[in-house]
Design a protein around this ligand. Sequence first.
Ligand SMILES: Cc1cc2nc3c(=O)[nH]c(=O)nc-3n(C[C@H](O)[C@H](O)[C@H](O)COP(=O)(O)O)c2cc1C
Length: 179
Amino acid sequence: MQQTEAVKASKEWKKRSIVKDFKDSAIERISKEWMLITAGNKDDYNTMTASWGGIGYLWERSVAFIFVRPTRYTYDFMEKNVRFTLTFFDKSLKNRVHKICGSKSGRNIDKAKEAEISPIYFDNDTISFEEAKEIIICKKIYIGDFMPENFIDKSINNLYPAKDYHRIYIGEIEKFYQK
Ligand SMILES: Cc1cc2nc3c(=O)[nH]c(=O)nc-3n(C[C@H](O)[C@H](O)[C@H](O)COP(=O)(O)O)c2cc1C
């Protein structure tokens, strides 16, 4: 499904330091606030809700790591594009945004239109949403697929009845924007 075309990000977005300005526990932020993973360019992108992932330090750089099942439409965009964004919203928008973006597929609906959020770009391949409060821009530097034989805790298999094991994407954090 064609998604609403993105427009240039407003001047309200200020570049900040991911190390100094990303406040509170990343575990709590990601697992409780949730975030959107978005990949693509201004004409062709997709976004989805995620609550698994992290922010940390690896290979002498700040990184974010996220997990996308190959069954997601967003997976196709993660594969085709060099960059992805992680977008955080205020609590007041959580229901509106994630009810749609975490349950419906961009294959069938225009998520931005349904969730009433406005797609923006910073550079052509960095899509996010104007109503957000924070945006992390990442460049892919590593991918890997979970292998069930490596699950030391076998109960993890219960999370994969369809055997659609996530692909991990590690992204170098290039920019962090706040409003
Ligand atoms: C709270 C929440 C967290 C989610 N976290 C993830 C995740 O980390 N990885 C993933 O592959 N899917 C996750 N999902 C599922 C996708 O958001 C969902 O399947 C979405 O509809 C996929 O959209 P798409 O087909 O347009 O990519 C999550 C859903 C919810 C509601």
